[in-house]
Design a protein around this ligand. Structure first.
Ligand code: FES
Length: 359
């Protein structure tokens, strides 16, 4: 472990806010008499949170005084754990995992982006927005490479997606936490490889909804390139399931209420990252639907490519064509287009235009 020292510049004093003082008293009271030192991590953590995510010498001394501990003991704790910062950090503090799984999956490329965009480890950008540090395994190895920014994890990063993420944070735009390629938890990138007998259990109803077997290439239907028949079967199952859920709603439910009842709204961008992608290259998306997608904050192929089943249900229901996104395989098309390919391998027969209701 590297030597960790206190910052050269220190504030004169530290005091908890009245609210944090009261919280600390409750925390300390959780431990038996004579064991108040057990609250040291909690108090240091709260002191750090109150001080812009770093711990000053006066803050460490204050905690020692409150817990009746020698200052050196609290200093030992603060300098041991990398969760405590001993110098000021940026508003967005990036912790890059550099341990073996992340390193093998491209952490060095992410580090190169950090060096280029922010500077060396520990440096805070002139606008105070960013700083970074390399840390050991953060426990999300399955989705390597990853970083933690403040309290959130960002996984399955590429240099491009990570650069976009920094752009979005700098511009105050909303960002997607977790996997940046839309996979759920730590499921395999290419779809299920085990427990496939559970495949097809619908996330909302628990009923078999799609098929008892995964598609040939072992990907979930919304990610896989299905033949037209399989895509239609999947879409029909989705339509039936959504129809069942919508039937329980009042007749005057709004489009948004309906969509919320069956799915989850995808993350929206306030504006495109640079030039918007030509979404009409996704077969089934014409000028009207492109406009609808823009209104929903969707401007890029990679956004559509990252939609989960719940998000497909939300968009399809909101736009009043449940099942259609699955039938036309927008997600698989968009993934192909995001990789620089064409959409034509995925869906045949509809032509490059909206196919329903003149959309
Ligand atoms: S190795 Fe990076 S999260 Fe575990």
């Amino acid at each position: 472990m590297s030597v960790r020292r206190l910052a050269d510049q220190q504030p004169e004093s530290f005091g908890f806010t009245p609210e944090n003082e009261a919280w600390a008293a409750t925390e300390i009271a959780k431990y038996p008499a004579g064991r108040q030192a057990s609250a040291v991590l909690a108090l240091l953590w709260r002191a750090q949170a109150q001080s812009g995510y770093w711990l000053s010498k006066p803050a460490i001394e204050k905690v020692a005084q409150m817990l009746d501990m020698p200052k050196i003991r609290v200093l030992e704790v603060a300098t041991f754990y990398s969760m405590f910062n001993l110098a000021p950090v940026g508003r967005y503090y990036v912790q890059l995992c550099g341990t073996t799984p992340c390193m093998l999956r491209g952490a060095e490329d992410i580090k190169a982006v950090l060096r280029k965009r922010i500077g060396e480890s520990g440096h805070v950008t002139a606008d105070g927005l960013f700083s970074w540090n390399e840390v050991e395994c953060l426990g999300a190895c399955c989705n390597a490479p990853m970083v933690q920014i403040n309290d959130d994890y960002y996984e399955d990063l590429t240099p491009q997606s990570f650069s976009h993420l920094l752009d979005d944070l700098a511009a105050g735009r909303p960002v997607r936490t977790g996997s940046q390629i839309g996979r759920k938890s730590s499921e395999p990138v290419g779809g299920l490889t085990s427990l496939t007998t559970l495949y097809g259990v619908d996330g909302l109803s628990g009923k078999a909804s799609v098929a008892s077997q995964p598609p040939a290439n072992d990907q979930p239907p919304h990610l896989a390139h299905l033949d037209e028949g399989a895509a239609h079967a999947h879409a029909a199952a989705e339509e039936a399931h959504i129809g069942e859920a919508l039937a329980k709603l009042p007749a005057d439910a709004t489009a948004e209420q309906k969509a919320n009842a069956v799915g989850a709204r995808p993350l929206a961008l306030e504006a495109p990252r640079g030039a918007a992608d030509d979404l009409q290259r996704v077969k089934g998306v014409g000028p009207v639907n492109e406009k609808h997608l823009h209104d929903l904050g969707v401007f890029h192929f990679d956004q559509i490519a990252g939609w989960t089943t719940a998000e497909i249900r939300w968009v399809g229901t909101y736009l009043a064509f449940p099942g259609r996104i699955d039938r036309e395989q927008w997600v698989a098309q968009a993934a192909n287009l995001a990789r620089g390919g064409t959409s034509s391998k995925v869906v045949g027969g509809h032509g490059d235009h909206d196919v329903k209701a003149g959309r």
